[in-house]
Each structure stands twice: as C-alpha cells, then as structure tokens.
Design a protein around this ligand. Structure first.
Ligand SMILES: NC(=O)C1=CN([C@@H]2O[C@H](COP(=O)(O)OP(=O)(O)OC[C@H]3O[C@@H](n4cnc5c(N)ncnc54)[C@H](OP(=O)(O)O)[C@@H]3O)[C@@H](O)[C@H]2O)C=CC1
Ligand SMILES: CC(=O)N[C@@H](CCC(=O)OP(=O)(O)O)C(=O)O
Length: 346
C-alpha cells in the first residue's frame, strides 16, 4: 500500500506532539513536515528528546501542500482559516484535519460570535465535516476538510447521542458538568495555569458561557430540533490529562427501566472500537489515560431522570487520537491503526 504523505502544523503544541507520537507507529504514514510558530529551524528531537527523529521544525508555509496528501492543523482557533484557502490552491486534493474550531460550525455567524474572530474562508464551511467518527463516519469517508471536535464536546456528545436519538421530543433539560486536566488549555504560558494556581484546587470557569456550548448545541439540534439548550459548566482540576463529564438529563415522560436504557447504548456502540459501555463500574479518567477510548456508563435516578458518565483523554480521543482516527477513515485504513497501546507523552 502507498504511504500517505502527512504534515503537522503546530507540532510543538500538546495536540501536535501527540499526533507525532501516534503517527510514529503508523505503517502507512510518511511524516514529511512539522511546523512551529516559535521554534522553526530547531531540531524536533532537541525540543522533545524522547522522540527518535531527525526532523527539523519549519515555518508554517502553505506551499508545502504540494508535497502532502494530508495535514493536521493543531493551531489556535482562527489561525487555520487564515491559510486553508492557500493550502487548497497549492493542492486541490489535500485532506485537512483541523483540531481547532475553525471548521466545526456550518454557520459562520455562530463561529464569529462564539470566538469573537472573523472567519477567513466561510465558503469552505459547507464542505467541512464535523469529525466525530461514531456519529458521522459515512460523511467523514468522503470529506476533504474535517473540523475535529472539541474535547468537552467529544465526551458529552458521545454520552448523549443514544438517549437524544431515542427520546427526541421528550427531553426537558440537559445539564453537563465536566472536569478537565490542565493540558486542555494547551502549552502557552499563562498565570492561571501555573502549578501553584492549579494544584490542590478545583476551579469552575466559563460559568455564564463557554465556547463549547454552541458547538454542542449545534450538534444536538441535528438529531433533535426540539432538544433544550444544554447547560454546561467546565472545571479545571489538578491533573495533567483527562476529562470526566457527568451529564444529567431530565425527561418530560417516565422512562423504561435502566437495563433497557443501557441496552440502547450497547446497541448504538456495539461495533465501535473506541466507545466502551461499562457494565457495573463508573468511568474514570485513569481508565482511558493515553488511549483513544471513551468510557461511558448510565444510571437511572428517578422515573424521569438519568445520569450519564463519560471519560476520555482530552489529548487523545479529545484531540490527536480522534484526528488520526479520521485520517484512517478517509484513507480507508483500519480505523484503529496506530491507535491502540499509545505510549504516554504529555
Ligand atoms: N489541548 C487539548 O486538550 C485540545 C486542543 N484542541 C485544539 O487543538 C489546537 C492546538 O491545541 P494545543 O496543542 O493544546 O495548543 P498549544 O498551545 O499547546 O500549541 C499551539 C501550537 O500552535 C502554535 N502557535 C501558537 N500561536 C500561533 C500563531 N499565532 N500562529 C501560528 N501558530 C501558532 C504553537 O507554536 P509554538 O509552540 O512554536 O509557539 C504550537 O505549535 C487548538 O486549536 C486547540 O483548541 C482541541 C482539543 C483538545
Ligand atoms: C482546561 C481548558 O482550558 N480547556 C479548554 C478546552 C480545550 C479544547 O479541547 O477545546 P478546543 O479544541 O475547542 O480548544 C477550554 O476550556 O477552553
């Protein structure tokens, strides 16, 4: 099989370096290009001594698209839409998997309101696909541009899909409470993420609004137009990686017994390699650490309420692992290629 020539824009960030780590074990990927904003010209191994590579970091140059079949873009929101048009001009066939938010929305108004920045190529939004494979696999197969989901949305949407799909018009309220490790905020320097600010403390944030709320509501509305607005609070906890979401769903009608509800989940995800419905125990972030797995359990707490628990590794299923899963789907490789037994790196 011919190897796919791949580049990583933003290879020095947490998402980018986890993509590098995963692709190092991919038999059909030829990694050709790594870009950095601040370290171009530096050897990658010098920055990350545990990586066995001769590659040197380059500046972000869209002309590299001529030499690539696919690229991962792991840059801050707003940066991808500045140069995607050029990537496509240089190579009309290139597959672009954006880990930021620039291609997660169909409606540029919602994106611009949510992120407070202008979208530079809204005409491309119509052809981009929301890259949650367990839900959008058929569309992903034909896509050239993927908006890889946010980390909180990945954990919450995988937990919610089966129940929203089954009980479309009868959901009264949805509340999601998520806890995230600090790597969710990226590697950039910022006082609020210093060790002494984070250690021995749990901090809610985004109390009135978090930018993942519109992303989740957008996706939920695609399954049920009548679904209520999700109420969401993220929390920062003193942990390197991982997200645990606890989702409370209130219904307008009495529900079937818990076993029947669980069966919905087993049925919906029975062929999925990366979603595991737990039998008895509740998911923890330790269970999924450094894996592309989303572990889920649900619990009926009264006639018309349930709790859903969902755990992922924010850097893997919430970012780089899911991005490689999308690459595997698009190029027709086995979906789990290079995504099992992933060595750990922050
Ligand atoms: N961390 C996470 O858990 C998740 C992150 N994401 C998304 O993935 C993307 C990358 O996130 P993450 O790796 O955490 O972020 P980091 O802050 O760790 O890395 C950002 C990367 O972008 C580069 N960069 C920074 N500023 C600019 C700029 N102005 N122009 C071009 N390049 C720039 C950095 O280069 P340099 O180091 O050379 O300065 C670095 O390679 C973001 O869009 C994020 O929202 C998505 C899901 C989860
Ligand atoms: C702990 C922390 O700060 N988390 C980030 C979410 C990171 C992420 O996955 O989201 P994007 O891909 O949309 O950036 C936040 O709350 O903004």
């Amino acid at each position: 099989m011919n190897k796919v020539k791949v580049g990583i824009f933003g290879a020095t960030g947490y998402a980018g370096l986890n993509i590098f780590r995963i692709l190092s074990n991919h038999p059909y990927v030829d990694l050709k290009y790594l870009s950095s904003h601040s370290y171009s010209g530096e050897s990658y191994k010098k920055l990350f001594p545990s990586f066995n590579t001769d590659m040197v970091l380059k500046t972000s140059d869209p002309e590299i698209a001529r030499d690539l079949d696919a690229c991962f873009v792991a840059l801050p929101a707003g940066e991808t839409s500045k140069f995607v048009t050029k990537l496509i001009e240089y190579n009309n066939n290139i597959v672009i998997i954006d880990l930021g938010a620039d291609f997660r929305f169909k409606d540029k108004e919602i994106y611009e309101k949510t992120y407070g920045i202008k979208h530079n190529c809204p005409e491309i939004l119509t052809s981009s696909v929301y890259g949650l494979p367990e839900i959008n696999r058929e569309k992903i197969k034909k896509a050239k541009i993927i908006g890889n989901p946010g980390c909180y949305p990945t954990s919450i949407l995988l937990g919610l899909y089966p129940i929203i799909d089954r009980f479309k018009g009868s959901i009264e309220n949805i509340i999601a409470d998520s806890k995230s490790g600090v790597s969710g905020a990226g590697r950039k320097l910022s006082k609020e993420f210093l060790f002494c600010e984070v250690n021995e403390s749990v901090r809610p944030y985004g109390a009135k609004f978090h930018r993942h709320q519109p992303e989740m509501n957008d996706q939920i509305r695609l399954i049920s137009k009548d679904a209520p607005e999700l109420i969401f609070t993220p929390h920062l906890i003193p942990m390197q990686r991982g997200i645990l979401s606890t989702i409370y769903v209130f219904f307008k009608e009495d529900l079937p017994e818990e076993e029947k509800l669980k069966r919905l989940y087993y049925e919906r995800y029975k062929d999925e390699k990366f979603v595991q419905i737990l039998e008895n125990e509740l998911p923890t972030t330790a269970m999924v650490r450094s894996s592309n797995l989303c572990a889920i359990n649900i619990c009926k707490t009264s006639n018309n309420t349930i709790k859903i628990f969902s755990a992922i590794d924010n850097l893997i299923k919430g970012a780089s692992g899911q991005a490689v899963q999308n690459l595997n789907i698009i190029f027709g490789f086995p979906e789990e290629l290079s995504l099992t037994n992933i060595p750990e790196v922050i």
